[in-house]
Design a protein around this ligand. Structure first.
Ligand code: DC
Length: 220
């Protein structure tokens, strides 16, 4: 069983996917973490987000690893395990920028496909149903209003002690939405056969239940 869970930033995909993976006893794959890791490397090299030539050139220096230990996704960058340093607002913007570069997408393609080929997965991202697993058994395009997503993300970042404002988070979400949905390479758009699910106003538990319903209806 392969479940492709796509949608814009902050729609709650990862929270729902994690709960879902636990319920179904399958692996949760967070593909955004791969783009964030490349974003981190580019930032640490001191390159601008717009410096496409250097972004492409530095891919040769990167060896990415992704494995699952007790269901937990572990990413390594040149042998070093990556943690929460990719979960900042700054790295999110770098991730969005590098993800628009076709060479970066190509660089990460096989890592993602291999995992989906060898395991039952719920994989969250932007192009899972359109590019990575076009033959997934279930495809869901999950979204929520920009305001609902900004509020969730704002509370999350605040809880982690990041210095941010709701307005700033909303502006970043709107900018990332625009970058991610209008880029030429694998834009964040629903697959033709994806089921659309807007979870504005729903709790995590309600969203998980709804997704389970969608999966059950697909099985029938
Ligand atoms: O899901 P996330 O916020 O961790 O993703 C970070 C960025 O990576 C996001 O701006 C879009 C990009 N991304 C992508 O282009 N394709 C994916 N499959 C996953 C993420």
């Amino acid at each position: 069983m392969r479940i492709a869970l796509d949608g814009p930033s902050g729609a709650g995909k990862s929270t729902v996917a994690k709960a879902l993976a636990k319920r179904l006893g399958i692996i949760y794959v967070d593909t955004g973490a791969l783009y964030r890791t490349i974003g981190l490397y580019v930032r640490n090299k001191g390159f601008a987000r717009t410096d496409i030539a250097n972004i492409i050139a530095c891919l040769d220096e990167i060896k990415l690893g992704m494995e699952f230990i007790d269901g937990k996704q572990i990413i390594t960058l040149n042998g070093k395990e990556i943690g929460d340093e990719i979960r900042t607002g700054e790295i999110a913007m770098y991730a969005s920028a590098v993800s628009a570069v076709p060479e970066v997408r190509k660089f990460l393609l096989e890592t993602q496909r291999k995992i989906a080929l060898e395991n039952s997965v719920v994989m969250d991202g932007r192009d899972i149903g359109t590019v990575i697993i076009p033959d997934a058994e279930v495809k869901i395009f999950m979204t929520a209003s920009a305001e609902a997503r900004a509020e969730r993300r704002f509370l999350e970042l605040k809880a982690k002690g990041e210095d941010c404002t709701y307005e700033g988070v909303l502006a970043d979400i709107i900018e990332r939405d625009k970058n991610d949905s209008t880029r030429k390479a694998a834009p964040c758009v629903p697959a033709q056969d994806a089921i659309h699910f807007d979870n504005s106003g729903l709790t995590v538990d309600q969203s998980v239940e709804k997704v389970i319903e969608i999966i059950e209806s697909k099985k029938r």
